[in-house]
Design a protein around this ligand. Structure first.
Ligand SMILES: NC(=O)C1=CN([C@@H]2O[C@H](COP(=O)(O)OP(=O)(O)OC[C@H]3O[C@@H](n4cnc5c(N)ncnc54)[C@H](O)[C@@H]3O)[C@@H](O)[C@H]2O)C=CC1
Ligand SMILES: O=C(O)[C@H]1O[C@H](OP(=O)(O)OP(=O)(O)OC[C@H]2O[C@@H](n3ccc(=O)[nH]c3=O)[C@H](O)[C@@H]2O)[C@H](O)[C@@H](O)[C@@H]1O
Length: 437
């Protein structure tokens, strides 16, 4: 099939390469010429396991090509997938302008039947917005169908999720387009749910909102565990064994981040408001998360009263392991808050990006864990990176000015922390101890 994917971000690039893997003729468009040039050279613009070899293989075989010429790419393709960003505005409404801009370009290039797939996460009714825009711009009604096909991949496992996800949701009103979608996804090993576009659009938000809610729920339970000497890991295990609940997304910590849960939960509240639906549960999920991501600062204040002038070290900056993405990562909020209180920050993340350096130019970025913790009053673990499981706690404790460890991802065994010479240890619902200040 001749496929054009608009947007070479996390979703667009992964989708384009997945289609190319199955020998489709794929053109992936991005308006960012730097990305286009880099991708055509076989250099990934994001970190995702397995992406680099697949990119190079597909380029070599000429199954994929990257361009910034959207018009040419559309005119050459039968299927056009829109995978551009849909950020949330400050009032929590969704900015679909990138989808609209892409649709305007699409409308200029339709002279024969094409299926337009909305892959981006969009508010219910956006398929109609795109349809109406194409009609308004003079496209013949018989020359296109718009299909809603939201994406459920997780960063860090994006390729695997795209190819072998739990399900593929297809919201389609036309038999002709349905046949094209069936063919497109026929090599994929995944359960397909065929429904109408509004249901497809809503499944996406419902899914992210429910997963986020599980996290906020378990974090509230963890906060209670901390007060009553209960253990959140055992509690989660006990909960998750009930097959009606499932063990997934019950890991307590300093809250969820990333490019989607924070934005999509807010978006769903905003969408609900437009239809007179309150979504009180999701509002609470958001509020709990906003407090939870600052939990380490609360603990620090409790311990020291004053943070001004103290050096604090952060281990892990990305919103989760296996990605270089820092969008809405809890670490950003912690750094911001600590800087406002006058702390000095040292941090370490092997995936540290220019993006975070430009956000926080005045903090110290270190190349190793040991260098980071030097002379600090507290070490905060923000991301559960593999190498933190293996770190030498004793040598870390020795390098610190005060042996205070806040384990924001419940990675460290409390007894190990005690044996390694820490004087204060705090986890999120898995126990804490204080020897002497
Ligand atoms: N990142 C993720 O894990 C997931 C994201 N989504 C959704 O997928 C959509 C895309 O997300 P990401 O890939 O993370 O975004 P992203 O920001 O990484 O990538 C979007 C890309 O689209 C390009 N772009 C924007 N307008 C364009 C235009 N008119 N022509 C050509 N290129 C254009 C941008 O330059 C950018 O490279 C969003 O709606 C998001 O909510 C859905 C599931 C997972
Ligand atoms: O719409 C999206 O963009 C995607 O959002 C999430 O994927 P992602 O943001 O990549 O990462 P997750 O693995 O879901 O983790 C999100 C955040 O929740 C946190 N989390 C996750 C699980 C858990 O038990 N506890 C917890 O705090 C993680 O640390 C991370 O900060 C969803 O899992 C995907 O299905 C969805 O497609």
């Amino acid at each position: 099939m001749k496929i054009c994917v608009v947007g070479a971000g996390y979703v667009g690039l992964v989708a384009a390469l997945s289609f190319a893997k199955y020998k489709n003729d794929v053109i992936c468009v991005d308006k960012d010429i730097k990305k286009v040039k880099q991708l055509n050279k076989g250099i990934p613009t994001i970190y995702e396991e397995g992406l680099e070899p697949l990119l190079n293989k597909c380029l070599k075989k000429k199954y994929i090509l990257f361009t910034d010429n959207i018009n040419k790419a559309i005119s050459l393709s039968d299927v056009i997938m829109i995978a551009v960003g849909t950020p949330t505005k400050p009032d929590w409404s969704v900015d679909i302008s990138q989808v609209v801009d892409a649709s305007v370009e699409i409308s200029k290039e339709i002279d024969k039947y094409k299926v337009i797939i909305i892959k981006s996460t969009v508010p219910v009714g956006t398929h109609e917005v795109v349809e109406n825009l194409l009609l308004k711009n003079g496209v013949d009604r018989n020359n296109f169908d718009v299909v809603s096909n939201p994406e459920f991949l997780r960063e860090g496992r994006a390729l695997n999720d795209f190819l072998h996800g739990d399900r593929m949701v297809i919201g389609c009103k036309s038999e002709k387009a349905q046949k094209v979608m069936d063919e497109l996804y026929s090599p994929f090993k995944t359960k397909i749910i065929n429904t109408n576009p509004p249901t497809a659009e809503l499944i996406k938000y419902a899914s992210n909102a429910l997963l986020a809610t599980k996290i906020s729920f378990i974090n509230e339970m963890a906060n209670l565990c901390s007060k009553v000497d209960a253990n959140i890991d055992t509690l989660s295990y006990g909960l998750g064994l009930d097959s009606r609940i499932s063990p997934e997304f019950l890991r307590a910590g300093i809250g969820y981040g990333g490019s989607c849960f924070p934005k999509d939960t807010k978006a769903l509240v905003n969408i609900g408001e437009k239809y007179g639906c309150e979504f009180n549960i999701i509002r609470s999920t958001i509020k709990v998360n906003e407090n939870q991501r600052l939990k380490p600062v609360e603990i620090l204040l409790d311990h020291y009263n004053k943070i001004e002038g103290k050096t604090i070290s952060l281990l892990g900056l990305t919103f989760k392991p296996g990605t270089d993405d820092i969008r809405d990562a809890p670490s950003l909020f912690i750094i911001d808050e600590l800087l406002q209180m006058g702390a000095r920050i040292r941090c370490y993340d092997p995936m540290v990006s220019e993006e975070i350096k430009s956000l926080f130019p005045n903090i110290t970025y270190c190349d190793s864990i040991e260098d980071t913790v030097r002379d600090s009053y507290c070490t905060i673990i923000c991301t559960e990176l593999d190498e933190f499981f293996k770190m030498d706690l004793e040598s870390i404790a020795k390098k610190m000015k005060k042996r205070v460890l806040i384990d924001g991802r419940n990675m460290i065994d409390i007894e190990e922390a005690r044996k390694s010479g820490f004087s204060y240890y705090y986890s999120i619902g898995n126990g804490s101890f204080e020897n002497n200040k």
